[in-house]
Write a protein that binds this ligand. Structure first.
Ligand SMILES: [Zn+2]
Length: 427
């Protein structure tokens, strides 16, 4: 009887990390079932398998996340924009210490997070990109060493009201984690409000272009007052003095530390992501200069920013999912390149297209834009009001093929970007 039991445990145990041997049998069985489901899913061609594996394991053992997340050093990365990029940066930095479990595929709900932990059973560190909405649930279970809080703004317009609720939920979650450091961008008033009650806040002055979602104070509803490099509210909520400050491409840190951020990823937002990743890694004992040095190797994030050859053109594909993201992406469009903008409105994009009116397309005045995607016509109307010269071609890659200019910047929202990346991969 005892031997039989031990043998059964042994068969489930294989390939789990040493700490996992102490997992309850139910969790180990659930993980094994999850792996079986993932493998079956891969065999039948129904997807990568990771998410299905995570979902199966979670359904069979709701405590699996707790069991697989504890006994390692976990950092949760969250915020509206930059989660995937910052998680990739932090993973690269922490990989100088040893193996890192990470959901680099952007599967940032609990099943994707669990799948990432299951996939790297030996990793002592884990960097988990987590959707803002699920941070309280995941954090309560994995008890992270740290949380990285990048920014908070409305995602799709149909979720606009939720950003304040998200802030309140994050604030409540953070206040229940006395051993967790929270690295937070103090130039974002919503983020500051969410992180201020943390036991160990680490403030980074990483800048913020998008102010429209932080005009009213999250604590009292009064108007946030801003001057050139600070902000405050009558209730006392104000920009904390940061420990780390991003100045253009140099990160100033504690003790007159000056860390150059020499990145291949373009734009202000990526410099901000890098600054926050370096600050978070420093909390775990990684030298900031060493950390910054590892970031130079990153030239794309899931196909974003990478230049690919297609039909005689060089195409750089960019992703923007919400007004703040568009506000950071449009200034990246190089003046010597043709511009194709592809917009869809499927479920993951948000059905409501009124967000188009929040995006500052006016910055493209004087350039020719091809409006593409399933909602190219809606985009064209917006471009007309922005006085941006444009033509319409619904298929983004046909739009590229028909251009005279060799170099092209192609910006898509979520599903438009995903489809283009997939087609370029198959081309
Ligand atoms: Zn206030």
């Amino acid at each position: 009887m005892v031997n039989h039991h031990a043998a059964r445990q042994g068969s489930v145990d294989r390939s789990l990390h040493p700490g996992a041997r102490s997992l309850p049998l139910r969790t180990r069985a659930a993980i094994a079932a999850g792996r079986f489901a993932a493998a079956a899913s891969r065999r039948t061609g129904r997807g990568g398998g990771g998410m299905i594996g995570g979902r199966t394991a979670l359904a069979l053992a709701p405590e699996a996340l707790r069991h697989l997340g504890t006994n390692r050093t976990v950092v949760i990365v969250t915020g509206t924009n930059g989660k995937t990029t910052t998680s990739l940066m932090l993973s690269r930095i922490l990989s100088t210490l040893g193996p890192v479990a990470a959901n680099g595929d952007g599967a940032n709900m609990p099943d994707g997070v669990l799948a990432a932990l299951m996939a790297a059973p030996h990793a002592e560190h884990a960097v988990l990109e987590v959707d803002e909405y699920y941070v309280p649930l995941v954090a309560e279970r994995v008890r992270p060493a740290g949380i990285v809080l990048l920014n908070l703004s409305r995602d799709q317009l149909d979720r606009a009201g939720e950003v304040r609720m998200t802030e309140r939920d994050l604030r409540a979650a953070v206040s229940t984690l006395p051993d967790t450091f929270v690295v937070a961008n103090c130039d974002d008033p919503l983020v500051t409000s969410a992180a201020r009650d943390a036991a160990q806040p680490v403030w980074v002055g990483a800048g913020q272009l998008w102010h429209d979602d932080g005009t009213a104070c999250a604590r009292c509803g009064q108007a946030i007052r801003r001057d050139s490099d600070s902000w405050s509210c009558v209730c006392g909520l104000a920009r904390p003095e940061p420990e780390w400050t991003l100045n253009d491409r140099t990160l100033a840190g504690p003790g007159n530390l000056q860390v150059p951020l020499d990145l291949r990823l373009p734009g202000r937002a990526n410099a901000a992501n890098a600054a926050i990743a370096v600050a978070a890694a420093a909390q775990l004992g990684v030298s900031p200069t060493l950390a910054a040095g590892t970031l130079r190797a990153i030239d794309n994030v899931g196909g974003r920013y990478r230049e690919v050859s297609y039909a005689g053109h060089t195409v750089r594909v960019l992703l923007a999912k919400n007004p703040a993201g568009w506000g950071e992406t449009l200034p990246l469009l190089n003046g010597n390149r043709a511009v194709v903008i592809a917009v869809n409105s499927r479920e993951p994009d948000g059905r409501d297209m009124s967000w188009l009116w929040d995006v500052p397309f006016e910055v493209l005045r004087g350039r020719h834009v091809v409006a593409a995607g399933e909602r190219a016509t809606d985009l064209a109307v917006r471009l007309s009001y922005a006085e941006v010269e444009h033509t319409i071609e619904h298929d983004p890659l046909r739009a590229v093929r028909e251009l005279d200019t060799e170099s092209v910047d192609l910006v898509g929202n979520y599903t438009a970007f995903r489809d283009v990346i997939g087609r370029l991969r198959d081309a």
